[in-house]
Design a protein. Sequence first.
Length: 239
Amino acid sequence: MIYRCPYCQHEMGEEKLPACPSCGRKMNYKERRTPAERREDKLKIKLMEREALRKRSAFDAEQTANFLRNPRFRIAAVFVLALLGFFIYQASKGVDFTTHAQIEKAQKELNVLAGALAWHHIHTGHWPSTNAGLNALLRRPDETPEWDGTNGWHGPYLLDRLDLPSLKVPSDPWGQPYVYDIATNGMPVLFSKGQDMVAGTGDDVWPDPKSFVITRTNQWVSAEERLPRVIPVNIAPRQ
């Protein structure tokens, strides 16, 4: 085999010279390796790569665990969670949480109040005045005569479940009093202003018109099942 200088391409003959006689640079001769030796070298390289990967994974896992145990990380995590909770709370202020259950509760109370007004109308011959309002269902107004066995105020038409002396008309589920008035045709107007607490808007809640009519199939005692907070009084209608 004739060796050639890789730098100046000078032919140096078959002898392995330590340096090129032309350019004087040192020669580095690679030894020829058998196929078995080359396969062994590749296997060693693969084993070294696997070992390096295993050590790297163990090192990363240890660093991650140390990071999670770091007090600074825990304090930062608590701060981020608190900040996130604050933003959620601020955003929730504008969300409408009116549920169908609240509307149903208002309708049940309105139906009970409408039935009580109907019994008041049966006994006295008139609806409570606007000035007397729904309180006329609990206390006799001055302008209404007492019960004489046939006619007159024969209440109270609403009783608290505990039958407390200080009776009062319940508020709607949004904490507002129910609206009561007498229309121009002489019929009562009864409703809840709803969640927005503004009368005349789309979320107003109204009673069932049939609740203002007392029949043999719509007796006062059935209202207890429709509204747990208010117990109606079983008063026989006048003959």
